[in-house]
Design a protein around this ligand. Structure first.
Ligand SMILES: *Cc1c(COP(=O)(O)O)cnc(C)c1O
Length: 231
């Protein structure tokens, strides 16, 4: 097993190097540690090494960790997985942000759940980038309509876009996917007439090129915690 602090250190080094290459300020790029299959003990190790933002894919799995880790001050959860409408209320209880909103019905359910909690929920719209193999996310062509629909909801706020492009052998091949998401974001900002500052793109294999193409958040699991056991 990789020592979590070492994995984190290496990833922070990669983030800093990519920022240097792209002439960007490293404080512009947030590291979200993705903890699917990772237990509370190793999440605590990451916290002890200074990590505060964590991302989960499965509601049930995350609920099992939220309680045991609730004493860690300042720890924030993002939800990054496929989400069923009927689980919206559970997610709103623990998530500081939901990244995987790809259809209006889901946004409506989140809006209702957030209203019941008296909060405005920050979200990202997940866009399908990278062609046929990409199953989750709204098509680029349908993005403006979805955005307009969500903008009408008072208790969710779109902060930007996220994508999970298909894995490529050479990370350089992901560059065009990341560039495409950035372009979509830029066009959407023109439409919205307000900033949509967050671009969540890049994972363990391709975070470097994602940062060079403008990512403001990279979502990293394996490179911090080591290989996941295959289910
Ligand atoms: C698992 C996962 C990641 C992290 O993937 P790694 O390749 O392990 O870094 C990032 N984003 C999402 C949505 C994921 O499900």
């Amino acid at each position: 097993m990789v020592a979590v602090a070492d994995g984190l250190e290496r990833v922070r080094g990669r983030v800093a190097a990519a920022c240097a290459r792209a002439n960007r300020d490293p404080t512009e790029v947030e590291l979200l540690a993705i903890t699917k299959t990772v237990g509370p003990a190793r999440i605590s190790e990451a916290y002890a090494a200074g990590q505060r933002d964590f991302g989960e894919n499965y509601v049930q799995e995350c609920l099992g960790k939220v309680g045991p880790l609730s004493t860690l001050v300042g720890l924030r959860w993002s939800f990054v997985g496929h989400l069923q409408r009927n689980k919206a209320a559970r997610v709103v209880e623990f998530a500081s942000r939901v990244q995987s909103v790809d259809r209006l019905e889901l946004a409506v359910a989140l809006d209702r759940a957030a209203a019941a909690k008296g909060r405005v929920l920050p979200i990202l719209i997940q866009v399908a980038i990278g062609g046929e193999e990409t199953k989750s996310g709204v098509d680029a062509a349908s993005l403006p309509d979805l955005f307009d629909g969500i903008e009408a909801l008072p208790n969710v706020r779109v902060d930007g876009l996220m994508s999970i492009p298909p894995p490529r052998k050479d990370p350089e091949q992901s560059r065009l996917d990341h560039r495409a998401l950035r372009t979509l974001r830029d066009r959407l900002e023109d439409r919205a007439r307000r900033p949509l500052p967050v671009l969540s793109m890049g994972m363990s294999g391709d975070l470097d090129v994602a940062i060079e193409e403008g990512a403001t958040q990279v979502r990293v699991g394996t490179a911090i915690f080591g290989e996941r056991r295959r289910g």
